[in-house]
Design a protein around this ligand. Sequence first.
Ligand code: SF4
Length: 313
Amino acid sequence: MEEPELVPLRSTSLTPGLKPIPPRENRFPPPKRRYSVTADILSYRRCKRQYGFFSRRGYVSAQSGQLFFGTVIHQTLDKAHAHFRGEIEGTHPGSIPTENDINGYFEKAAGALEAQGVHRMSNESRDKALAYVQEFNRSFGPEVYPRIIDTEHRLQKDKGTYILHGIVDVVAAPEGASGWDGYEIWDYKGAKRPKRTDDGDRDMKNYEFQMRVYAHLYELRNGVRPKRAILWFLGERRREHQQHAVDLSDTSITTAVGAFEETVEAIESSIRSDDWSSISVANAPSIETCNACDLRWNCSAREGKYDLKSRVL
Ligand code: SF4
């Protein structure tokens, strides 16, 4: 049979008198970058080099046990709060989770993190994380749970060229408070209070900075500043050491807002030059952070401290 002649679907030559259609201009602005208060701003301020390698270049840390530790604590506490509100099947509003309940929530949270590929922590760390939550539930649960207004309170602000966002662990009402201006914001830290050393002071300043940025975002979202901002160190046994109230004066908030804007500019500049190379000794984070960092074997800020040793077989 004779093959039919193939006709092009569209003619590629222009009809005389018609001009070619100019390519359409892309009128959409580039998407705005999103910056998380903790995962970006705080991480960069803690160590620019570590942030660049793991958050920007996408290397996977072999030691994500710290991430596991903090996340499993937060997720278990979140379940404890939901239990008290009666939001979990089989629970009643107002009931305090038992030790077994907490064990169950902890195991589920740990299992989910492992399934997501987050490196599991050592058994010792696992026991420690569970002990922190059990202790909090036992000692503070009955007093604290009824005061909780919201958990995982999401805050976000479009800053023009970028979007800043963060999540406050808890919004709580002290006795008699009935509105956003009377509430407190809390952030749980799965750690002891930083020591009074240069390293410890730097860590505490960063935590305080985080809470002031949250207070600023809270004010933008709710129209008023929170009454107090509390850092809650679950690793402390004594009640008076567990809670640390952060100064929320106008001056301290203005300084924090200025500092985070500078930090965003510094991050943008580092991204443009893709420069995460060196960090000075003066800018190194606490020694605990470096001890858990995969880059410590080759870091100018800790030169000589982590020498690789050859092994004779
Ligand atoms: S060893 Fe310390 S200073 Fe060096 S990249 Fe890691 S955290 Fe940063």
